[in-house]
Design a protein around this ligand. Structure first.
Ligand SMILES: Cc1ncc(COP(=O)(O)O)c(C=O)c1O
Length: 507
């Protein structure tokens, strides 16, 4: 076909080049070479942890690459390889290096690169799900994982159900949507009404997505009642009981109690057994946000932290946190499998075939907010199948232990103060140099924030900040299992050094 007979001949040639297995193979070799070199240098701390640029600088640079894309020529192999090398190299050089042991920041892990390889199988071949027949293996992988992680949490086999969705926020929203629909009969159709007077009782440190869920679900953020915390920032069951009694006496409809297994600010685990006792006695839906702590189910040392989760009506867990797989891969579990279709009471005949009603059991689109859903669990499935689930216990044990080491180092130092004892791998602390011992807390908090900002911009370490006990503080989450004592010592030294440079301006 020539351009004379087919006006789209050039377009077809360019399109065909995008799908050429030969081109893919060449680029994949380059990809592997670049990524291997990157991982080698990053895991040996040879680069900056965070490649900081102000956002407009990065946006402008990213745009320049887009504008240089040459649509006239299309992809010829030699040019594609050279250009791919530039682009991939640039992406690797400008990011956040989670695999660096000096990354001790957010609750996002450096995934095992092997999990990334499995993940790419689903990505390149686009094994999306909504109905079983679109992604049969992706659905099978999802179901097999749900059965096993649910069993590890302690749900009896055959009695529970679950789903995978895009992140802990959406997982919490989905579970709370189910709780709302169960508590307020007919509400999916009619909406929440004023006379329902709903209440959502939440752990005082619950992640902000819980309040968002209340807003999205029509409960209103005003429906949120924060359950007080004990001195280790865990929900106080005695106080919870009082709150529920008062609400029920007032005729309020309690949609759920939201407990945490690994609360965001400090990694605290609520006492789930006494909370379950109270929720059962008061006939209230118990939800556990185990986005962070769900991985402890695989640890012989730490599984006790989840004791009582198996009595919760719903639990959510993020594999892209403590199971060290690529984002996003979040699980929702329902204790009672009867609730598996209660979030969305809808039919969609163009998708869900009425002539084959049994198939709905495996059409995950009936249970998730997403219609098209990526095969989020290939990474987890591959890693688990390759190494066994005890590997996840190792990852939990190692990162929790390193956090304990940091805690001991901070306690032993005169110029640092840990703000709590770690229950997991999150630790909040302040640097208090001798000369700033008597400044007020707000000034000390601002000093800590400024030190952290300079520290992360320097690329030497990546840690986060938070506000605790009324003032700014530094926060470490040991998410990189390669972080060791040496990095922790260097971290304290780097903080001291930056502190000395700026402390005068806080006096
Ligand atoms: C306890 C808790 N719940 C929910 C979330 C939200 O999860 P995601 O970021 O996957 O939406 C987080 C995130 O850090 C969290 O710590």
């Amino acid at each position: 076909v020539t351009t004379e007979t087919d006006p789209l001949a050039d377009a077809r040639r360019r399109v065909a080049a995008l799908y050429s297995p030969e081109t893919f193979s060449r680029l994949a070799c380059t990809w592997s070479e670049l990524l291997t070199a990157h991982l080698q240098s990053v895991t040996h701390s040879e680069e900056k942890v965070l490649n900081w640029n102000d956002p407009p600088v990065n946006i402008e640079a990213a745009g320049r690459f887009l504008d240089a894309g040459d649509s006239e020529q299309g992809l010829d192999l030699a040019r594609a390889e050279e250009r791919f090398r530039d682009l991939a190299g640039e992406a690797l050089a400008r990011g956040q290096n989670l695999h660096d042991p000096r990354y001790i920041g957010h609750q996002v892990p450096p995934p095992s690169p092997i999990a990334g390889l499995f993940d790419s199988l689903g990505t390149v071949t686009n094994q999306v799900m909504a109905v079983y027949e679109m992604g049969p293996w992706a659905t099978a992988v999802e179901r097999a994982l749900i059965e096993r992680w649910g069993a590890a949490i302690g749900y009896p086999s055959g009695t529970f159900a679950g789903l995978i969705t895009s992140g802990g926020s959406l997982a919490n929203l989905t579970a709370l949507l189910t709780a709302r629909n169960v508590a307020l009969e007919g509400c999916f159709e009619t909406g929440v009404r004023r006379e329902h007077r709903p209440a959502l009782v939440v752990q005082g440190d619950a992640h902000y997505c819980i309040a968002r869920s209340a807003g999205i679900l029509g409960l209103g953020t005003d429906s949120i009642i924060k359950a007080p915390l004990d001195d280790q920032r865990r929900m106080d069951p005695g106080q919870l009981n009082l709150i529920l009694r008062r609400l029920q006496d007032e005729g309020r409809k309690v949609i759920a109690v939201v407990a945490c297994a690994g609360a965001t600010p400090t990694g605290a685990f609520d006492p789930l057994e006494p909370i379950a006792d109270i929720c059962e006695r008061r006939d209230v839906w118990m939800h556990v946000d185990a986005a962070h702590g769900g991985g402890t189910a695989f640890s012989e040392r730490h599984w006790h932290l989840l004791r009582g989760a198996e009595r919760a009506n719903s639990v959510i867990c993020d594999a892209h946190k403590m199971l060290f797989t690529p984002a996003l891969c979040a699980f929702v579990f329902y204790k009672n499998r009867e609730h598996r279709f209660d979030a969305f009471r809808q039919t969609a005949p163009y998708l869900f075939d009425p002539s084959n009603p049994g198939a709905a059991e495996y059409d995950c689109g009936l249970m998730t907010i997403e219609c098209t859903k990526r095969a989020a669990a290939y990474g987890l499935w591959g890693l688990w199948s390759l190494c066994g689930s005890s590997l996840f216990g190792d990852l939990v044990d190692v990162t929790f232990e390193t956090t304990r080491v940091l805690y001991d180092m901070l306690r032993a130092a005169d110029d640092f103060e840990p703000l709590h004892e770690p229950q997991s791998n999150i630790l909040v602390f302040r640097h208090i140099p001798e000369r700033l011992r008597s400044v007020d807390l707000e000034v000390l908090g601002n000093f800590n924030r400024e030190v952290r900002k300079r520290l992360i911009h320097s690329g030497r370490f990546y840690i986060t900040q938070t506000t605790l006990n009324g003032a700014g503080a530094m926060r470490c989450t040991v998410m990189n299992p390669l972080t060791g004592q040496r990095e922790l010592q260097e971290l304290l030294e780097a903080i001291r050094e930056i502190g000395r440079e700026i402390e005068d301006s806080f006096l």
